[in-house]
Ligand binder design. Structure first.
Ligand SMILES: Nc1ncnc2c1ncn2[C@@H]1O[C@H](COP(=O)(O)OP(=O)(O)OP(=O)(O)O)[C@@H](O)[C@H]1O
Length: 790
């Protein structure tokens, strides 16, 4: 506690640790839940005769009102000395949810502090109460009390049995499992459970007889199970179950009692056959719910049985006489009740009530501690220091959201177990116990400062109207049971995370163990490590293979998609080309037709006319040749052009002249007609050339498009070739993985006989897996990829 940095800002002459907000202030948050400051109650115990004789009464503790207390530093205390030096103050003021003076009875304390939490518990909510204070301040008295003056715990038990009434579930086949679950036991397990329970109760009976004979201590609850000393509920009907609400439900109450001593968890209800008790592990179910693994849960049916268990547990608890307390608790003890509400042969809900009696915070010099006591004191102070750090961090995270997630719950077993309550899975409240002795003033001041910080922690109280979710149910082997034919997911998750847990024995205080045990532990750990590594290696390979397969599959799918797209583009391009070509063909045809039509219009000559003209021309030609023949035969002269000759040789010059002229004109007409025909032929030839040119152009563009199509086809061919390469590579990898798996299996089978050789091979395999591309073995594909369509 000395190092705890919880000092609030001091003020003037008196230091005021009271918070400005009213102590019971509540505010609603979303979903009907409420926020509430953590309830911190202060109990000031009366002086004992010895203390009064030793002049311990120096008015160090002054109760101002039912919420405020002032501490006045006595002479000689460290606090007084530092205030005399001008460092700090000698008067400190603290406020609490409520202050209970030395005259407060156990019944009053129960009624004011715990009753509402008991009601929560009976309604299915979780609750935690822990007592905190220096050694000999009255923590155990507050939690357990005496037979004449029972404390909170017996009263909680009494209230619970009042609530259960005649609705006790006798089956004993439904038992708490982990933090929030229940286990269904088979008949054999129920038999074992009953036998173990009887053994514990019988051993406590012997102990009680022994105690009665020696009258050394008194049981907390009368052994007949009656509640003669209990008056926990002034109005017992408050706790009675309402038959209308219960709807035929039955209740089973299971309890566990354990302690955390030197950071090791011990079951206080486990009969220890040897001197060395076995330690238990604190496990997390993966959802922030820590629980003690293999803790003994005992089904109790009445107060008498509860008392016997308390006796047994207290007998096993680590206690020792210190200078300040004859029987000082050297450990944190936690008594937990679990109430199972059972209806229709299943567990409807489970609620938990934990009562924690913390070990006393103390300074080693005051308690004159050495050896084991010193070690205990260090361990106690350390776990209380972590509790203080958690509470401080919790308060800081609530005031400053950036600090969320830095709460060191995992640093001690105690805080791991408290975490769920501090994180909204139940309501926690603290009872601070102080004595008024001047000799322990400085420690008391530390305790008060701690509680001032704790008081500022805000808790989210779940909405009472909202029914908590049904607990998960597991079978004999702890594996989840089907609920309405469906696997219980919550149970499955918890079960799986349970498997993943680390062995927390590693965290226990090893220095307490002898060397040979340490060697055994090391050997065990080495074996575990090896097994873990092997498991990880196999897992890693499986994951690699899965990832490879998934990637390959993805690649095939994308490749297939790409090929499909290329095919579609090709088809579209070919279609477009075909259309363009068709268009050109149509255009050429149209053009040729138009030209032909134009020519036909220009050069149209009726056929009769043309035939007549042809005949006439033929007749004229015949006549011309006749005349030429005649002329040449008459004159015997060298032949001359026919017409001229004929004109010259005409007997009548006029007639011959006319005839010649006419013939000449006809000749000229014929020549013109020939010229026109020649022109027509030329123009047709020119049009033919133009058309050929157009056809040439169309052919060229067709060739270009064909080239493009060919290029696309080439590209597609290349891609399919590269895909084949990838397939080939994947096949090789697959074969490599298969051969490695075979090797691992062989190694796993032969590992126990040749551990050293296997370690070498495992390392080789790990290297091979770490650089899979260097492996030579060929592979085969698991899946045959689809051949892309071309
Ligand atoms: N309110 C009280 N009224 C009468 N006696 C009390 C009261 N509180 C404590 N005592 C007595 O004071 C003594 C010390 O109390 P207790 O053992 O409960 O202290 P503690 O805080 O649990 O100490 P430790 O941490 O060392 O276990 C006991 O003899 C107890 O009976």
């Amino acid at each position: 506690m000395e190092n705890m940095n919880l000092e609030p800002v001091d003020m003037d002459l008196t230091c005021d640790f009271s918070v400005s907000s009213p102590p019971f202030q509540q505010s609603a948050v979303s979903g009907g839940a409420e926020q509430q400051m953590m309830q911190i109650h202060l109990r000031v115990r009366p002086f004992s005769k010895e203390e009064l004789a030793a002049n311990e009464d120096q008015d160090c503790v002054v109760i101002e009102d039912d919420q405020t207390v002032t501490l006045n530093a006595p002479k000689g205390s460290a606090n007084m000395k530092s205030s005399e030096k001008g460092v700090g103050f000698s008067i400190h003021k603290f406020s609490f949810s409520k202050v209970y003076g030395p005259q407060t009875t156990q019944s009053e304390l129960f009624r004011d502090t715990v009753r509402s939490q008991v009601l929560d518990f009976l309604e299915g909510k979780n609750a935690l109460i822990f007592s905190y204070g220096v050694t000999n301040a009255g923590k155990t008295f507050t939690i357990q009390g005496t037979q004449k003056d029972p404390g909170i715990l017996p009263r909680v038990l009494e209230a619970t049995f009042e609530h259960i009434g005649g609705h006790q579930y006798e089956g004993m086949d439904l038992k708490p499992f982990m933090r929030n679950g229940a286990q269904r036991l088979d008949p054999d397990q129920v038999k074992q459970e009953r036998a173990a329970r009887s053994a514990i109760l019988a051993s406590s009976r012997e102990e009680c007889d022994h105690q009665r004979a020696s009258s050394s201590s008194e049981p907390l609850i009368s052994s007949d199970g009656g509640s003669s000393s209990l008056s926990s509920s002034d109005d017992p009907s408050v706790f009675s179950s309402n038959p209308a609400d219960a709807a035929g439900d039955q209740f089973a109450l299971w309890v566990a009692f354990f302690e955390i001593y030197n950071e090791c968890v011990y079951d206080l209800l486990q009969p220890s056959l040897s001197r060395k008790r076995s330690t238990l592990r604190v496990c997390d179910d993966g959802a922030g719910n820590a629980h003690v693994k293999d803790l003994r849960w005992v089904n109790i049916q009445n107060l008498s049985e509860a008392n016997k268990l308390l006796q047994t547990g207290n007998k096993n608890r680590s206690a020792a006489a210190t200078k300040l307390n004859e029987s000082s608790s050297r450990s944190h003890s936690i008594f937990t009740l679990k109430l199972l509400t059972i209806g229709e042969q299943t567990v409807k809900r489970i609620s938990e009530f934990s009562l924690c009696d913390l070990a006393g915070s103390e300074r080693c010099n005051k308690t004159k501690t050495f050896g084991d006591r010193l070690k205990e004191a260090r361990s106690i102070n350390n776990s209380l220091l972590i509790l203080g750090k958690c509470i401080s961090a919790l308060r800081n995270s609530q005031t400053d959201r950036t600090k969320v997630g830095c709460i060191p719950f995992r640093e001690s077993k105690l805080t791991k177990l408290f975490q769920a309550f501090f994180c909204g899975k139940g309501r926690a409240s603290m009872i601070v116990n102080i004595n008024q002795c001047a000799s322990t003033y400085d420690e008391t001041l530390h305790v008060m400062k701690f509680s001032a910080v704790a008081k500022q922690v805000v808790q989210v109280i779940p909405d009472k109207r909202v029914e908590p979710p049904a607990p998960f149910l597991v079978g004999r082997d702890g594996k989840p049971l089907l609920r309405n034919g469906v696997m219980d997911n919550q149970a499955l998750e918890s079960y799986l995370s349970e498997d993943e847990l680390l062995d927390e024995e590693d965290e226990a205080d090893m220095s307490l163990l002898p060397t040979n045990e340490l060697l055994n532990i090391i050997e065990n750990l080495q074996t575990k490590l090896l097994a873990e590594r092997r498991k990880n290696l196999v897992k890693e390979m499986e994951i690699r293979k899965e990832m490879g397969d998934a990637m390959l599959q993805q690649f095939f799918e994308s490749e297939e998609l790409r090929l499909r797209q290329i095919e579609e583009v090709k088809e579209m391009e070919a279609e477009k080309l075909e259309k363009t070509f068709e268009m050109f063909r149509e255009a050429v045809k149209e053009h040729a037709y138009q030209c032909a039509m134009n020519d036909l219009e220009d050069d149209y000559v009726p056929l009769d006319e043309f035939t007549a003209e042809q005949e006439e021309a033929e007749a004229l030609r015949r006549k011309v040749s006749e005349l030429e023949d005649l002329l040449s035969s008459n004159r015997g002269a060298a032949p001359v052009p026919a017409v001229e000759k004929w004109c010259q040789t005409e007997p009548s010059p006029e007639a011959a002249d006319d005839r010649c002229k006419r013939l000449y004109q006809e000749k000229c007409v014929l020549e013109r007609a020939c010229e026109d025909k020649q022109q027509l032929v030329l123009s047709l030839e020119k049009r033919l050339i133009d058309l050929s040119q157009t056809l040439e152009d169309v052919r060229d563009s067709f060739l270009v498009k064909s080239d493009e199509v060919e290029a696309l086809q080439r590209e597609a061919a290349q891609q399919s070739k590269s895909m084949e390469d990838v397939l080939r590579q994947s096949a090789e990898k697959d074969k490599e993985i298969a051969s490695l798996t075979t090797q691992i299996e062989k190694l796993s089978q032969s590992l126990p006989e040749q551990p050293k050789a296997k370690r070498g091979l495992l390392a080789n395999i790990k290297m091979a897996v770490a650089s899979p591309r260097k492996g030579t073995p060929s592979r085969s594909l698991r899946k045959t990829p689809k051949t892309p369509q071309k």
